[in-house]
Design a protein around this ligand. Structure first.
Ligand SMILES: [Zn+2]
Length: 453
């Protein structure tokens, strides 16, 4: 099976050819653990979970390694630690915050049906690896020390801006640059910065301090994957400066011209047509959604949009997702055990076309129409859907759906009774009342199902 992926490096869809087909390496930037994860954080987790499943299916699970890091040193974490635990040692306060957020993140993404990555390194556990890279970059004159900071010299790397597809000049005008006296060039970025006594820090040749964010991923990918690996993933907002800076550090450190063969980025997520932001007060936590909807509805709703497109997260689309799954759960059987090797070729083929999940989902609709319920469930399972027992599914009536499933089921039974008694006036009345509420009944041979108009 040929896998094609859109590569941000070349701005084209390319055939994926592994560096070593027995050692395929996928690195994805993970969360900064300062607060409960929101639905925007869930998008890369679900998208790259799908890619991981596809790679596993094509190349074999033993031949694929997936790393998703955890950023547990960050000013946002420090600020929360000061605010919530003002009277305890900062490192302890930080540990309290990060431990709680990591636990909650794991719960959330487990609920969303995501497979665990093979490794989940933390930034704070890789400080010496970061310092080693800084030392080498200073030696090779790609970095310099200034006012207790160490900065990467962007003019020292000829390919700086290649991923972003912009020149240094264009990048300066297009971004908010922190004006700092210790920088030689406005785009130079921090590899190491000083910490005050009340900030978290580590001893280093440049004084007590902490690493810059971009350096973390270069250090952790190097530690597990070496100088050059297959796929680097993350959200589209990470292209600049995060991934541009990762590439510069890694390529200058390893003295090569590629950090990863593929850079893959998922699109943004809006809420009801608006950007999610603190000021708008529309930040939607995964936990909040899990209280309102079955987890598969959230996962399915995410996969219904192609990963590179912006997604508009709306109550209406969640309701649609729930109704489709409801329809599918009606016809599939719980107990069957499926062999992943029997997945229809056309289904995997659609996913291999740059993770075309909407196309793959259209195959599920076709299976449903054809009455091919085994393939419906098998392929649904591959996407992380139709995994729970029918009874458990039916027991969950989403509070956000505004549809009273029990009432509909009761009316269907009442109507069946009326039909049995040849009281067609009554049975038509029930049907018309439901239509007025936007529910359409479908009379099949053995049972009546319903759908939303
Ligand atoms: Zn990263």
């Amino acid at each position: 099976m040929e896998l094609k992926l859109y590569n941000t490096l070349s701005k084209t869809k390319e055939l994926f050819v592994p560096i070593d087909k027995e050692d395929i390496r996928l690195y994805v930037c993970g969360p900064t653990v300062y607060d409960l994860a929101h639905i925007g954080n869930a998008r890369p987790v679900i998208v790259f979970d799908l890619l991981y499943r596809i790679l596993n299916n094509i190349f074999g699970k033993d031949n694929v390694t997936y790393i998703r890091n955890i950023t547990d040193v960050d000013d946002k974490i420090n600020n929360r630690a000061y605010a919530e635990y003002p009277n305890i040692f900062i490192n302890d306060a930080i540990n309290k915050i990060t431990a709680g957020v990591i636990k909650s993140f794991h719960e959330d993404i487990f609920s969303l049906g995501c497979l665990n990555p093979d490794f989940e390194p933390k930034a704070t556990e890789n400080i010496s690896e970061m310092q080693e890279i800084i030392l080498a970059l200073i030696k090779s004159k790609n970095a310099y020390v200034s006012e207790n900071h160490v900065l990467f010299d962007v003019t020292s790397y000829k390919n700086y801006g290649k991923l972003t597809n912009r020149t240094l000049k264009e990048m300066i005008s297009g971004s908010r640059i922190e004006v700092a006296t210790y920088k030689r060039h406005p785009l130079d970025f921090v590899l190491w910065k000083p910490s005050s006594e009340i900030e978290p820090g580590w001893m280093s040749p440049w004084g007590y301090g902490r690493p810059g964010w971009h350096l973390e991923c270069s250090a952790m990918s190097t530690k597990y994957f070496g100088s050059h690996f297959d796929i680097h993933g993350g959200g589209i907002d990470l292209i600049f400066p995060h991934h541009e800076n990762e590439i510069s550090q890694s390529c200058c450190f390893h003295k090569n011209d590629k950090m990863a063969n593929f850079f893959i980025h998922n699109g943004i997520l809006n809420i009801e047509g608006k950007k999610m932001s603190k000021s708008l007060g529309n930040i939607l936590k995964i936990k909040e959604l899990l209280n309102k909807w079955p987890s598969e509805v959230i996962r399915f709703n995410m996969l219904r949009t192609h990963y590179r497109q912006p997604i508009d997260w709306t109550e209406t689309s969640l309701k649609e997702s729930w109704l489709i799954l409801n329809k599918w759960y009606d016809v599939t059987e719980d107990q069957k055990i499926f062999d992943e090797n029997n997945i229809p070729y056309e289904f995997i083929e659609s996913l291999c076309d740059d993770l075309n999940s909407p196309l793959a989902i259209s195959k599920l609709h076709e299976f449903y129409k054809e009455g091919n319920y085994d393939d419906l469930r098998l392929c649904g399972n591959f996407l992380g859907l139709l995994k729970i027992g029918k009874k458990d599914w039916k027991n969950w009536i989403p509070s956000a759906s505004n549809i009273d499933v029990n009432q509909i089921e009761m009316l269907i039974t009442e109507r069946e009774e009326a039909r049995k008694n040849k009281d067609f006036a009554q049975s038509d009345k029930i049907r018309d009342n439901l239509i007025a509420k936007g529910i359409k009944l479908n009379d099949n041979k053995d049972k009546t199902t319903w759908e939303v108009l």
